[in-house]
Structures are given as C-alpha cells and as structure tokens.
Design a protein around this ligand. Structure first.
Ligand code: GAL
Length: 403
C-alpha cells in the first residue's frame, strides 16, 4: 500500500473512531483505551479475559494433587471447560518451605508427591491449561513457602520446565520496593523463559496498577481480597469500576476471583456477581468446589450468553452509567454495534429500573431487539428505554442489538 493511501486509510479510521466516540456518552466509551489496541505486553495471551478455576477461594491451603486432578476431571465432565474455562490454577501453599540445594522451588512432598510437572501433564492431557502461584517477596502470603524475589529468572525457568501456562504473582512479604520494579522483573523473566506464560499480577491495586501494568502483565488486581458476601462483592465491583477505561485486549482489570457456589450469597446475589464480572471484562476464575457444586451454581457459571459478553472481541469494560440510590444501570458497547445492559437492584425491596437510551449510548430513535440473558428470551422491538421490575439484590442482563 502506498504512503498516501495508507495515510488516507488512517484518516478514515480516525474518523470512524471519532464517530464511535462522539456517538456514545462518556460513561459507555470507557472503551477509549480499547480503541488504542492491544496491551503493550503483547505476548498474544488474554486477548479476551482469562477463564478457568483457582484453588484459593474455596480451599485456601488445603490443596493436594488428588483434588486438583479431580477438579480438572470435573471441569471437563460438567462441560465448563468446553465453555472456555481452560486454566486450572494452583494458588498458595503448593511448595516446600525451603528451596533445594540449587535454589530451586520444590513441590510439597506430603501433598504433591508426584511433583508439579506430572500434575501439569495430567491437566494438559485433559485439554486444559495449568497455572501456578508465586510472590514478589521473600515468602508467599501463607508464609509456608518461598517467594520469587531475587529468584525471578530461576523460578520462571522452573515454571517453563514444568510446562506452566499461567503465573499468579502475589505481593506479600516484600521489602517495600516499588511493585513496578518487582513485577517487571518477573514479567521479563517469564518472557525469557522459553514458554509463553500468562502473567496475572496480584498487587491488590495498591499502586494503581491499571495506570502502568499494561506493559507488564495480562491482568492486575484492582482491589484487596473478595469475601463470599454481598457487601464485599458490591464494594469490589465499585472499586474496580473506576479503572474501566484502562482495560483492553491483552491487559484486564481484575476485581478478584468468583465466589459463585461457595455458599455465602443467595442465588440471585451470585447471579448479580457473575453478571457484573462478565460485563466488566473481569477474568472469570471459578472459586468453588466444582466436584460437588449444585445445579444453581452450574447454571450460573455455564450461562454461555453471559460468557459471550465477557469474551466479546471488542474488549471494552462496561461501567456503571447511572445510579439512583440502590438502583443502578451498568452498560458497555459490544462488537457489532450491540450494547450490554445490566439493571441492578442493590436495595432491599423490589423496584422498577429504567435504562434510557441516552444513558447507554443509543439515540432516542434507535429501535433494538433486547435479549434477556438470564430468561433466555427476546423482546423483538424496544425503543427509547428499557424498564423492568427487579427483585432485591437481583439483576436483569440484556444485549441490545440494532434492528
Ligand atoms: C492474597 C491474594 C489471594 C490469595 C492469597 C494466598 O494476597 O490476594 O488471592 O492468593 O494471598 O495466600
């Protein structure tokens, strides 16, 4: 393509971008960053938010190779893996307290007697990917095993030799040096390890990672740890929301892992949790015991229409666009000119919630088809606004498509 033609095409593209930006209100165009393209780390991973399972929220330190293998089996037999939940991630407490005489990390003999490579092989043989955990400090948060500070290259090589696909990197027991420095060191070590490893940064949002981590990791925690209750989940959703404009393919805000199925919230509260995480393009990491989950849990986690919102190729994080006390509208653009809308009642009684087209980036004359992603029903024609009665701590989630 000649220089002038390329310049012409670039100009046309900028006009198109400008048109998209001016056609939607500021809240919905949190996608400004996404329009700039992929995250700078550019290892080709997490082009959509990563999906999988992690041991921490349910099991904490009570993990062993038998239950991890059973979990991998269950991810396949329940159909979750075929919906995109590919990563099986070990969290804290998988290692011995001390390194070996060569300074290598060692799997805990009492709980992982076959070693990590054998476990990764088992997971890979099921068509899944395998993730592990370490820490940018001298010890992990449990203090039961070493962290990787000062051993970044050696540990990255160990993980690559074990055929690890994903590293969650925590922030405990650090010497108070900048996380930029400590996380960049491991990011580079992974890039030099000879294996393409997704880098999930767990710095708890302390140093506003959204503003600097796109060149370092594929996702970054924006908050402290989630607890399995309504107050924690809603507060984390709000804290994460302020960083929406920084999310883009290759680098995502991480409001922590899912609690769906752990028992501390009602089914409707878990449905809200999953809907908002999906809309916010959060990594979807299941945190319950999938070997024994009930029907409601599986139904929530396997809603393929909600998952499709999370994995949409536009990669723009949806945001809270309106709130009236406890009654909220969250929305964001999707590919194909579609819009996702969540009407969320955070109050204690039933209430009517309305999304006006002006709230969600549509023109008042626009006529759309509205797909209800939880009822699995379509309203064939809606214009100007969408109103629904929503129960306490419940939500409705729609995808609006231009007619
Ligand atoms: C926390 C982290 C949790 C979990 C835990 C393990 O710092 O946020 O997600 O990894 O450490 O000790």
């Amino acid at each position: 393509m000649g220089g002038s033609t390329r310049a012409g095409t670039m100009m046309m593209l900028s006009y198109m971008v400008l048109f998209v930006l001016s056609a939607a209100p500021a809240a919905v165009v949190g996608g400004r960053a996404a329009l700039r393209g992929r995250g700078m780390l550019d290892n080709g991973l997490a082009l959509a938010p990563q999906m999988g399972w992690n041991s921490w929220n349910h099991f904490h330190c009570n993990i062993d190779e038998k239950m991890i293998k059973e979990t991998a089996d269950a991810m396949v037999s329940t159909g979750l893996s075929s919906l995109g939940y590919h990563y099986i991630n070990l969290d804290d407490c998988w290692g011995e307290q001390n390194r070996d005489s060569q300074g290598n990390l060692v799997a805990k003999a009492s709980t992982f007697p076959s070693g990590i490579k054998a476990l990764a092989d088992y997971v890979h043989n099921k068509g899944l990917k395998f993730g592990i955990y370490s820490d940018a400090g001298t010890q992990t948060c449990s203090k039961t095993m070493p962290g990787s500070l000062g051993y970044e290259d050696q540990d990255a090589k160990t993980f690559a030799a074990w055929e690890v696909d994903y590293l969650k990197y925590d922030n405990c027991n650090n010497p108070d040096t900048s996380p930029q420095e400590r996380y960049s060191k491991m990011s580079k070590a992974l890039q030099n390890s000879g294996r393409n490893i997704l880098f999930s940064m767990c710095e708890w949002g302390q140093n506003d990672p959204a503003t600097w981590a796109a060149s370092v990791g594929n996702s970054w925690r924006t908050t402290g740890d989630i607890d399995d209750n309504w107050g924690s989940m809603t507060s984390i959703a709000d804290q994460n929301n302020q960083w929406a404009s920084y999310a883009k393919p290759g680098g995502w805000n991480d409001p922590d892992m899912l609690e769906v199925g752990n028992g501390g919230m009602t089914t409707e509260e878990y449905r809200s949790h999953f809907s908002i995480w999906a809309l916010a393009k959060a990594p979807l990491l299941i945190g319950c015991d999938v070997r024994s989950m009930n029907y409601q849990t599986l139904e929530i986690l396997s809603n393929s229409e909600v998952i499709a919102v999370n994995q949409d190729k536009l990669g723009v994080q949806g945001q809270k666009v309106k709130s009236d006390g406890d009654l909220e509208v969250w929305a964001g653009p999707l590919s194909g000119g579609r819009v996702v809308v969540v009407l969320w009642n955070r109050g204690s009684g039933k209430a009517s919630i309305t999304a006006n087209w002006s709230d969600i980036g549509l023109k008042s004359s626009d006529v759309v088809k509205a797909r209800d992603l939880w009822a699995h029903k379509t309203i064939s024609s809606v214009q100007g606004k969408l109103t629904a009665t929503i129960g306490s701590h419940s939500c409705k989630m729609y995808v609006l498509s231009p007619k």
